[in-house]
Design a protein around this ligand. Structure first.
Ligand SMILES: Cc1cc2nc3c(=O)[nH]c(=O)nc-3n(C[C@H](O)[C@H](O)[C@H](O)COP(=O)(O)OP(=O)(O)OC[C@H]3O[C@@H](n4cnc5c(N)ncnc54)[C@H](O)[C@@H]3O)c2cc1C
Length: 451
């Protein structure tokens, strides 16, 4: 095998290329990508748009030169339009014309695209944006600079909607956040969702939940959005942040079988159903470690790991993806909000006997300045005592992310809640308590479960 072709130059594709070069330094590795921004952190786009990261170039995980130094051949502005596995070629269109590229092994890392809700009329109205690619963020930045909008509507109250509500507020826009679901950020339970709502309102974000936006048009030179229940908003910018869908057009052209949620079906070695073709990242279904089945959970953390495995296995390796727990965290104004594993409702649907206990405690000894309250929800199985999931909300400088990672590590290693309580965790008064909040919440769960 001497010719590895990778389609997609973001988290999964570049991770695959770097790993392939480590495993086989003599192998020819080519990465083709539809745009001109290889290896950029799209997770950083909200922080570029907020102005916190003034120069978009800073979002590059690695520069183009660094990638070239690693021996990776880059083909930016090359869009693959079809895969022909029987001939082992990919059909490409680029600014210099059409061509075909041959391969010995192929990795599909085509990612995802913003979901465009079909029922909303007027999504192509000027001033309506999506956020997925560098080009999307440049279009939004340009609109803000040229037209100095004073108000924005964000459709979608998931994590990208939250990050952008924060970002556009920082840019001085009056933000309205509208969402389909009854409470904001439904990745956490409603009791924590209420704290998220309070943080949005504290920062003057107008929130409308349980509203279905039906139409966007222009009235008196401004954008007008109309939705269910008499919802109306007249604004200068609309951002549609209603989720992502796996980008699988190319896979379909090569008859690569699809699986959960229409994503590319892969096994844990990141092999697709077509010999010689691997896939990784937001375009594939993802093995859930706790549920032992595949779901669609597109995250940057997952894309990096799967990419490395695809890169190694495409060159003959036998590595298996260990699985996701859906661990995630986001920063919203002064809050950090995190979750891992399953919540109560998800666990019940999967046949567990969940018990969820919420605890509130100080993040560190409150005689030391700067202590904040943390809200932690622990979900465990009543029958077996195993930890199933956790959610945490608190001030963003109170170690929320690292504490959710302790829970994630415990679930990853199939620990019981009572074992979490006994972990040997660190302590100094400015940073924790003799019993860390993770342990206090595990202890509260055990007290409720075993009383
Ligand atoms: C605003 C935002 C914030 C996010 N924040 C976080 C976060 O904080 N934490 C987290 O874990 N995740 C976050 N994510 C998700 C994370 O960015 C994605 O999971 C990750 O980028 C997926 O990487 P990928 O390589 O699979 O796909 P993508 O990043 O989608 O890249 C796909 C690549 O394929 C190329 N491509 C597609 N089709 C073709 C074609 N036909 N021909 C050639 N090239 C093609 C594209 O040009 C691109 O290079 C965020 C996403 C967004 C949009």
């Amino acid at each position: 095998m001497d010719n590895l072709l990778i389609i997609g130059g973001s988290d999964a594709g570049i991770s695959a290329a770097l790993r392939a070069r480590e495993v086989a330094p003599s192998c020819s590795v080519t990465v083709m990508l539809a745009d001109d921004y290889p290896n950029y952190s799209i997770c950083g786009l909200p922080f570029f748009l907020s102005g916190e990261i003034p120069d978009w170039r800073a979002l590059a995980h690695r520069t183009r030169e660094e990638l070239l130094r690693q021996g990776i051949r880059l083909l930016p502005d090359h869009k693959a339009t079809a895969v022909r596995p029987e001939e082992k070629i990919v059909v490409v269109s680029s600014s210099s014309g059409g061509k075909t590229l041959s391969y010995d092994r192929l990795i599909l890392a085509t990612g995802a695209a913003s979901r465009k809700p079909g029922h909303i009329k007027g999504l192509d109205t000027p001033g309506v944006f999506f956020l997925r690619w560098m080009a999307d963020s440049f279009a939004i930045a340009q609109h803000i600079e040229r037209n100095t909008p004073t108000s924005a509507l964000i459709i979608g109250n998931g994590y990208i909607g939250m990050e952008m509500a924060d970002a556009l507020t920082r840019r001085g826009l009056a933000v309205t956040l509208v969402g389909h679901s009854q409470h904001v950020l439904k990745t956490v339970d409603p009791t924590l969702g209420r704290l998220v709502l309070a943080e949005l309102e504290r920062n003057s974000v107008r929130v409308a939940s349980g509203v279905d936006v039906e139409e966007i048009g222009v009235r008196d030179g401004r954008l007008m959005a109309i939705g269910s229940g008499g919802f109306q908003a007249q604004v200068d910018l609309v951002l549609v942040a209603t989720g992502a869908e796996p980008e699988v057009g190319l896979a379909k052209s090569g008859k690569v079988p699809l699986g959960y949620g229409g994503a590319i079906k892969v096994n844990r070695r990141m092999e697709t159903g077509v010999p010689g073709i691997f896939a990784a990242g937001d375009c594939v279904e993802t093995w859930h470690r706790l549920l032992e089945k595949s779901l669609y959970l597109p995250l940057g953390t997952t894309a990096h790991k799967q990419g490395r495995i695809a890169g190694e296995n495409a060159l003959g390796g036998r590595k298996e993806y260990a699985g996701t727990l859906g661990t995630q965290v986001l920063k919203l104004f002064d809050l950090a909000i995190a979750r891992t594993g399953l919540n109560d409702a998800e666990a019940r649907l999967e046949g567990f006997s969940p018990l969820t206990v919420e605890t509130e405690c100080w993040d560190h000894k409150n005689y030391y300045p700067g202590a904040h309250r943390l809200h932690i929800r622990v979900t465990g199985d009543r029958t077996t005592g195993y930890l199933l999931g956790a959610q945490i909300i608190g001030h963003w400088q109170t170690g929320v992310a690292k504490r959710i990672d302790v829970f994630a590590t415990a679930i990853f290693n199939r620990m019981k809640v009572e074992e979490v309580e006994q972990l040997d965790l660190s302590y100094t008064p400015p940073l924790s308590n003799p019993w860390d909040p993770v342990q206090m919440s595990a202890e509260a769960w055990c007290r409720t479960a075993y009383q």
